[in-house]
Design a protein around this ligand. Structure first.
Ligand SMILES: NC(=O)C1=CN([C@@H]2O[C@H](COP(=O)(O)OP(=O)(O)OC[C@H]3O[C@@H](n4cnc5c(N)ncnc54)[C@H](OP(=O)(O)O)[C@@H]3O)[C@@H](O)[C@H]2O)C=CC1
Ligand SMILES: O=C(O)C1=N[C@H](C(=O)O)C[C@H](O)C1
Length: 252
């Protein structure tokens, strides 16, 4: 399969290695310096594009892929507020797109169990819930896309929770949730610490005990492998998909 990499940073470089190991060919690599090479003509030389760029550039890149008729895997976070508009553009133009806030198998298992756990905890309202995420200091968005997906899974299943709120702590600041007193909100605390690939914890806390459910990425390989698997999966499909359409976690 011929792959175009839109974004050739930390993720793009690992995706390249895994794609080559799986016998794919990289035909285009785009970063800020050679953005002018991101043309319809160049995109059409690829069977699939894999988009891991920045929250500010992902939308226009995926629009370009849809209009070029090149299936696209979107891993970039921070654009999901525009998801309905992208879905409409994709469907109106018979495009192919698969997106995820996190492509790793482990995190997708975590997303699934998080919903089951939230449904159970809905019966025990004396536990309050919050989400913590830790990422490296170069991360441009907060909270992480993964933490938002986790919070959405909680909000879907716990009747008293209606929305989420974020507190970002960087460097030596102390986390403070002074301004988050609304019990209908799921608090997401974001921490930025050098070199952390991504750690997410869901904490249920009562007066007598706490339950913690945690995923720790040891490196970025799981995210990158998931993105390449998604590229293989979307290659001959039309439509707008989320990673949940690709994984089957039903218990047989
Ligand atoms: N869904 C998932 O599983 C995962 C998602 N992510 C998300 O992926 C995104 C990228 O992460 P990461 O690789 O760590 O970030 P990096 O900052 O390391 O890489 C971003 C890349 O995008 C390039 N870029 C800048 N402008 C454009 C443009 N207009 N078109 C194409 N590329 C451009 C940058 O170029 P230059 O270096 O020249 O500035 C750089 O190569 C983030 O949003 C992150 O949250 C990360 C891991 C997993
Ligand atoms: O920026 C990152 O690094 C990551 N971003 C994604 C997110 O925002 O959830 C996925 C992963 O946690 C790493």
């Amino acid at each position: 399969m011929k792959i175009a990499l839109l974004g050739y940073g930390k993720m793009g470089k690992i995706i390249e290695k895994i794609a080559i190991d799986r016998k794919h060919e990289i035909v285009l690599k785009i970063d800020r310096e050679n953005q002018h090479e991101l043309t319809t003509e160049n995109l059409q030389k690829a069977d699939v594009a894999i988009e891991f760029s920045t929250p500010g550039t992902a939308l226009s890149n995926m629009e370009l892929c849809i209009m070029a008729g090149t299936p696209v895997v979107v891993g970039t976070t921070g654009w999901h507020g525009n998801i309905e508009a992208v879905k409409e553009l994709c469907e109106q133009n018979s495009g192919s797109l698969i997106h995820a806030t996190n492509f790793s198998v482990g995190v997708n298992i975590f997303f699934h169990v998080n919903k089951v756990l939230a449904k159970l905890m809905n019966n025990y309202p004396y536990y309050d819930v919050q989400v913590e995420e830790i990422h490296h200091t170069q991360k441009l968005d907060s909270p992480s896309g993964t933490a938002i997906t986790i919070a959405e899974g909680i909000i879907e299943n716990i009747d008293t929770k209606k929305s989420w709120a974020n507190v970002l702590t960087t460097g030596s600041d102390e986390a403070s949730n002074d301004n988050v007193e609304d019990s209908s909100e799921v608090l997401i605390e974001s921490f930025r610490i050098e070199n952390v690939p991504g750690t997410h914890t869901v904490i249920y806390d009562s007066e007598v005990d706490s339950i913690e459910f945690k995923h720790t990425a040891h490196n970025r390989n799981g995210f990158a492998l998931g993105a390449v698997l998604a590229a293989e999966w979307i290659q001959n499909k039309k439509g707008f998909y989320s990673v949940q359409d690709m994984f089957d976690f039903s218990i047989k």
